[in-house]
Design a protein around this ligand. Sequence first.
Ligand code: PMP
Length: 409
Amino acid sequence: STSLVQYYQQRKKERQIAHFAPRPIELRSDEIVKGVSGLIGNTPLVRINSLSDALGVEILGKAEFLNIGGSVKDRVALQMIDDAERAGFIRPYTGSRIFEGTVGSTGISIATIARARGYETTIIMPDDVAEEKVKALQALGAEVERVRPASIVDKKQYVNLARQRAARFGEEDSIDANDPSSKAKEHTHILQSTSDSVVSEMPRHVRFEDGDEDENASRTQPRGFFADQFENRSNFDAHFKGTGPEIWRQTNGRVDAFVAGAGTGGTVAGTGHYLKSMNEDIFVAIADPEGSGLYNKVKYGVMYDPKESEGTKRRHQVDTAVEGIGINRLTHNIELALPILDDAFRITDAEAVSMSRYLVKYDGLFLGSSSACNLVACVKLVKQKGWKEGQTVVTILCDSGTRHYSKFW
Ligand code: PMP
């Protein structure tokens, strides 16, 4: 019995040692972050073990699904809102309303930051996007308008509608503000009272994140602002100043290729330009889903198959289960990307679906459809280059599978 007591005493000591042995703690940030903006960017770079081990090449994904709004678009929304505030287009708690045309992710990002900063949001989106994105937007209190998917040449296309709504919002307020019978007045009144009630719950002055205070904030005219992620330079800047430098730092500059899909083109343009500015040999390629014109543009210099008739071109829409990437027109951010694109990979829906299943099965990574496309393109690139050992390919894990249950999954 003595030996048994000794045995248990020894085990207890071991357990205590194991329990109290100091373990290295790695924090994503050492600071206490200030509000939701502090939960955007600075994402980890994760090694995709299954693919890296199988290929002998490091495949690294930027874990953008960890941003507070759940996607890479948080970076863009934050930059667009910061820049619009700096330019004086919007002012917190004055009834300013942000309008955007989006397939969902950017809307969720804008609505999240807007809530934290005292703005209203109107999101216009096609009615065929995954239902869970609409629910997230509604939960965040955004006004959501869903329209039939249409080509950009159609006035009722979602981006065109967002632009029109924003313009009309501003116009009505400035032209009709003194007319009690006008609808605009009514709208202004509703917005004003919403913001007043919020302000009354706040400390006496509206406090801005930069530390400024504005006593007159609730008396300023409400304004409409069209965020316009496709044409807005802030989109490029978010990645040129954030995603690109982060990847460079996290890899100690050891990057051989960067791969991303393009929806607005902001990610690939901003990140690609930054990485090339550090090392022009870094190979930059896009993952392009079926129905998108970018693949042809990069490969052959034309957006459409020249054999297609003008009529077909006009009706052409990106028709894929993949959400968020692929486009059939040249936007400002796509134009910024084109000069640095070294190649493009056409990704079928079937390839994206099987990659997403593979990542769950072997890595426990439940990702969205554009992340799956990106990883298919990484594999294609490694095979095309004949890379076998030591190279590093970086891509973007744009969002989680939870945003894609009802459509892609
Ligand atoms: N993935 C998802 C899920 C997206 O919503 C988007 C943006 N539409 C992208 C990728 C593409 O990013 P970008 O707009 O920067 O080209």
